[in-house]
Design a protein around this ligand. Structure first.
Ligand code: AHR
Length: 492
């Protein structure tokens, strides 16, 4: 074959479900994510529904957001939920110690979050305070939200305007408890987790605060201690961000060249190693893969945009971010037997956002279009695939040219492919065993420059476009992937 890469899809072996929650998001009380980004209040001049921005609502609905994590992050272990319920003018304020030391007026609380989730059609995922909270607070929060019994907590909920309980499945117990969530040892945290989880019975799917990046000891200790009581744990989280070089040298979000391009892609590919190695540890204690690996914070973390509050973590988002999103989502798809949810950080105006806002203006980022394109994988069945591809190399770094995943749903096969090479197109031959498909169509995200981004008041330079593909012949299809692109091919 003349193709440079080949992808063989074993449709006959498709069996693992790609949970729609893999396409999840995260919204923290941080900078302008909640206030200004999602919530502007009923009295704002910006068009809103009960205080939530209408433009953001529509954008998230059209992206098909499946799940949203809240209220933190580091903020989560400072948050006392009872301060965020009841009449807004009576809610006490607090200082957001982790993020700029700003005053939080608690006008966006439990009711507002769950109302917002209902409007956008996302499953809520609530993260409970372990670092500075009590077991009682935690257990009462779960009761307040999920119980239909008669109790002081459910009476309080009804008094605050919500008669029926909410259906909240996902509950995180603590966040980064090795760091901002209390600087604990894994032994201490795992014991605390068991204690908190014991009193949060109404929380159906409980997620333990897992390791930072490659802290395999944290995973080992946590699994060993929590799996003594398997009913207490349904998921374990993993946090891993991508930097240009390292935490100490995060790099620029938009001003970069090819060296920084390959460096970011090379670093983000480490997610595959992390998922594999953490899964191996989980397999020891949970060979049936009942416990989900929940990658509830991931994405690019660059230096904050010049002139913005350093505590607000605001950064722009280029075509490079689209590649990073595409690669990671492919990795999560390919490991859908263990990865049950992921939440990119963070939805609006913080780190690798899908949406940026400035006053009443809104921008959809390249990352947004990847989530929109990849939404075809939500609740589809993973197709095991063999990929043979070249290397793209520069500056002592070497990455695969093509990165891919594939799924099937309702008779449609969806293949998402990234061409990591910013200079050259790549032909790929796709072979689909045991099937003949009559039609093929495609979509593409690319741009003429690797650091193009969408900006306020300007025409979009990176978006989702139709992409023409030839008809498959005898179960084979050859596609030319343009340089630096994310491509979807669908066959039926
Ligand atoms: O997403 C920003 C911060 O990164 C989160 O609050 C924290 O959990 C992580 O360190």
């Amino acid at each position: 074959s003349f193709a440079q890469s080949t992808l063989t899809l074993h449709t006959d072996q498709a069996e693992t479900k790609i949970n729609k929650e893999i396409y999840g998001h995260f919204a923290e009380h941080l900078g302008r994510c909640i206030y200004g980004g999602i919530y502007v209040g009923e009295n704002s001049d910006i068009s809103n529904t009960r205080g939530f921005r209408d433009d953001v609502i529509v954008a998230l609905q059209e992206m098909d957001i499946p799940v949203l994590r809240w209220p933190g992050g580091c903020f989560g272990d400072t948050y006392h939920w009872k301060d965020g319920i009841g009449p807004k003018d009576e809610r006490p304020s607090m200082v957001n110690i982790h993020w700029g030391g700003v005053t939080e007026d608690n006008s966006f609380g439990t009711h507002e979050f769950l109302d917002f989730c209902e409007i956008i059609g996302a499953e809520p995922y609530i993260n409970i305070n372990v670092g500075s909270g009590t077991v009682r607070e935690a257990s009462e929060w779960v009761e307040y939200v999920t119980s239909s019994n008669v109790s002081p907590m459910t009476d309080l909920r009804k008094k605050n305007g919500r008669e029926e309980p909410w259906d909240v499945k996902y509950w995180g117990i603590g966040n980064e408890n090795w760091g901002c969530g209390g600087n604990m040892t894994p032994e201490y945290y795992a014991d605390l987790y068991n204690r908190f989880a014991s009193y949060c019975g109404g929380a159906q799917y409980k997620i333990a605060g897992g390791p930072n990046v490659a802290d395999y000891n944290w995973m080992e200790v946590l699994m060993q201690k929590t799996m003594r009581h398997p009913h207490l744990v349904q998921g374990v989280s993993l946090h891993a961000y991508t930097f240009t070089t390292a935490w100490e040298d995060k790099g620029h979000a938009t001003d970069f060249g090819e060296k920084e391009w390959i460096s970011v892609l090379n670093n983000t590919l480490n997610m595959e190693t992390l998922v594999n190695r953490h899964s191996t540890i989980m397999d020891k204690y949970d060979p049936a893969k009942r416990v989900g690996l929940i990658v509830d914070e991931w994405g690019n973390w660059f230096n904050v945009e010049e002139g913005t509050n350093p505590g607000f973590l605001y950064q722009q988002n280029t075509l490079r971010d689209a590649l990073v999103a595409g690669i990671n989502l492919n990795i999560f798809n390919n490991h859908a037997d263990r990865v049950k949810m992921s939440n990119i950080a963070q939805t609006v105006n913080v780190l690798q956002s899908v949406i940026l806002t400035k006053e009443d203006e809104m921008v959809l980022t390249p990352t947004y279009y990847v989530f929109k394109m990849y939404s075809v994988h939500q609740d589809a069945t993973l197709i095991p695939a063999n990929l043979k591809t070249d290397k793209y190399e520069l500056d002592g770094k070497s990455v695969p040219t093509v990165h891919a995943s594939a799924s099937t749903k309702n008779g449609v096969v969806s293949i998402t492919m990234c061409n990591l090479n910013p200079n050259k197109s790549e032909t790929i031959e796709i072979e689909i065993t045991g099937n003949d498909f009559a039609s093929a169509n495609g979509q593409i995200i690319t741009s003429d420059k690797m650091n193009n981004y969408n900006d306020f008041g300007k025409q979009e330079t990176v978006s989702l476009k139709d992409f023409e593909v030839a008809k498959p012949k005898n179960g084979k299809l050859t596609v030319e992937l343009p340089s630096k692109s994310v491509v979807l091919v669908q066959l039926q």
